[in-house]
Design a protein around this ligand. Structure first.
Ligand code: PEP
Ligand code: MG
Length: 588
């Protein structure tokens, strides 16, 4: 089909990660591959055979490419696994049987190939020889790939993406996004999801343009269609016209200049016009994010989401493996703070290790999550704490607990830290005995007793993503309720003020590490309410720094005062937008 003649279709979703991506689509449907079934006239036979040959050829190219990548990453031996896959593609019996089936049944080629392929798999599955049985799984894998290429649909594992593509998928889990090959994914579009889902937060930190909540994108886009992902305005543009391409080309150029300007400003201290300096720190998922954090001008790490170390492995990472990762980050930042949050598993980050898996829950965000899991699995928790403590000998490492709901939990978690310290002492291993221990404030009950919690820890970091979801009873990953997720709700404003006041009275620092801190429109409200420092995805840091350098704290305080009084979250949001626009007008 002539692609140029396909009409342009614009699908509105939610802007989730800034950036513009243009490329061919890779549509992933996580369910069983649905195969079409239709009649083929003898006159169409040649076309069907050509389609089959093309699919075999494409599959071959894909496998060779994956093989080369694996050879580069893991070595030649591992890459040889794919030799068996290439042999399946050349299996004359498989091919000629499929063609015979086509001639006999006059069904479309995918139906024929599936039937013959399944027969082969079943035959090899039954053989009482381990080596030959292994061949069944090779055949299954290759048959699946060929069928995907024939139908233009995919059920494949996202990490297998072999070429530069825009991913169009129903949903993407954090572990799937952790496994993505960043160099191959141009953009991400999901049917479901919201701005604060963890997979999206990862996309932002990987600087991949993303649009979520695009409803039926997977139904409308076909494999290999040309698409544009507009992560600024939340648009997916299918089959973009020449004019649209031209417009986006210019926009991309403007954005590049704009980002250059921002990066230059990020090298200056984030100091307001009335001379109040704020520290801007980075949210990271692992040592691989340190370079981009430093490049963006981060003065440390305000949130190291360690759970991704756990989601990337098939078994529990050992103390030693964790220590190596934490140490790398500590050393990358020298004397600057590195706040390591203990694992926040559960919720939308369930764990599936061999022999250990989270039970499905009807309310995972209210369930067995984060510190609740750690306090019941003390040994796993202690492994992590010992690894963090050991890393504290190599930098300014601090510990932070997620999902603290009250003082008892905080005390129990601190007890485990003391046990971990005692064990290290017994092993005569070095660590910083004065290590700072902080608490996330992301549950309303913790916010209400912030004064009591402040006496028991060295700092607060406010997780607005969860705090807003729990305060307003709005699921942070449900696109149906995304419009109700209002950071400028007066209840949110008042709760934040309450936490900042409690911290100030106790003489401890309160920072914000939820997504609010990465939104330059909302940052003046946070600073005006009393935030001491902000931690965000490195990609957001230059824009936030620029804004701080072009505003007065006294003006932000006035803006926040109005928002505290207000009854209308929309009015507060609009006032914040005006505030922002007035200060960035000259940005270009
Ligand atoms: C938050 O809840 O705001 C936060 C920073 O933690 P996470 O997004 O990892 O739940
Ligand atoms: Mg949270």
């Amino acid at each position: 089909m002539d692609e140029k003649r396909k009409p342009e279709i614009v699908i509105q979703g939610i802007a989730a990660s800034p950036g513009i991506a243009h490329g061919r689509a890779f549509v992933v449907v996580q369910d069983e591959l649905e195969l079409p079934l239709y009649h083929i006239d003898p006159a169409q036979r040649e076309g069907e055979v050509a389609r089959f040959e093309q699919a075999l050829l494409t599959t071959r190219q894909q496998i060779v490419k994956v093989q080369q990548e694996i050879a580069g990453k893991l070595g030649e031996d591992e890459a040889r696994i794919f030799d068996a896959h290439l042999l399946v593609l050349e299996d004359q019996a498989l091919i000629s049987e499929t063609l015979r089936d086509l001639d006999k049944t006059h069904r479309n080629i995918e139906a024929c190939f599936k039937e013959v392929g399944d027969r082969y798999v079943a035959a090899f599955d039954k053989i009482d020889d381990e080596y030959l049985r292994e061949r069944a799984s090779d055949i299954r894998d290759v048959v699946q790939r060929v069928l995907q290429n024939l139908t233009g649909r995919s059920v494949s594992n996202l990490s297998r993406l072999a070429e530069d593509r825009v991913l169009i998928t129903r949903d993407i889990t954090p572990s799937e996004s952790a496994a993505l090959d960043r160099s191959k994914v141009l953009g991400i579009v999901t049917d479901t999801g919201s701005r604060t889902s963890h997979a999206v937060i990862m996309a932002r930190s990987m600087k991949i343009a993303a649009v979520v909540g695009a409803r039926d994108a997977t139904g409308k886009v076909e494999h290999n269609d040309w698409v544009i992902v507009d992560g600024y305005d939340g648009l997916l543009i299918l089959n973009p016209s020449e004019q649209t391409l031209f417009r986006y080309g210019r926009l991309q150029l403007e954005r590049k200049n704009f980002e250059k300007k921002l990066l230059e400003s990020a090298r200056q201290p984030a100091q307001t016009l009335d001379k109040r300096k704020f520290s801007l720190l980075a949210n990271i998922d692992g040592p691989e994010d340190c370079a981009s954090a430093r490049e963006a001008g981060a003065e440390g790490v305000g949130l190291f989401r360690t759970e991704y170390l756990f989601l990337q492995t098939e078994a529990m990472p050992t103390e030693e493996m964790q220590y190596q990762a934490y140490r790398k980050v500590a050393e990358a930042f020298g004397a600057q703070p590195v706040v390591i949050r203990t694992m926040d598993l559960g919720g939308d980050k369930p764990l599936h290790w061999e022999g250990f898996s989270f039970e499905p829950e009807s309310n995972p965000f209210l369930g067995f999550r984060a510190i609740r899991f750690c306090l019941e699995h003390r040994e796993i928790f202690k492994d992590q704490l010992r690894a963090i403590l050991r890393a504290s000998a190599h930098g300014n490492v601090q510990i932070m607990f997620p999902m603290i709901s009250g003082v008892e939990e905080l005390e129990k978690a601190r007890e485990v830290v003391e046990e971990a310290k005692a064990e290290l002492r017994a092993r005569k291993v070095e660590f910083n005995a004065q290590i700072k221990v902080g608490s996330m404030i992301e549950i309303p009950s913790a916010a209400l007793v912030a004064d009591v919690l402040a006496e028991k820890c060295d700092f607060f970091s406010i997780g607005t993503n969860d705090l807003i979801q729990y305060l307003l009873a709005v699921d942070r990953v449900n696109p149906r309720t995304a419009h109700l997720y209002e950071p400028t709700h007066p209840a949110v404003m008042r709760t934040l003020k309450h936490i900042f006041d409690a911290a100030r009275e106790a003489g401890i620092k309160a920072s914000v590490c939820g997504e609010m801190a990465s939104d330059p429109v909302l940052v003046p409200l946070l600073l005006g309410l009393g935030a001491d420092e902000l931690s965000m995805a490195p990609a957001s840091l230059p824009a936030v720094s620029y804004l701080i350098q072009h505003m007065k704290l006294s003006d932000a305080t006035r803006l926040a005062k109005e928002a505290l009084k207000g009854r209308d979250p929309k009015a507060a949001f609009n006032a914040a937008i005006e505030f922002y626009k007035d200060r960035v007008r000259d940005m270009g």
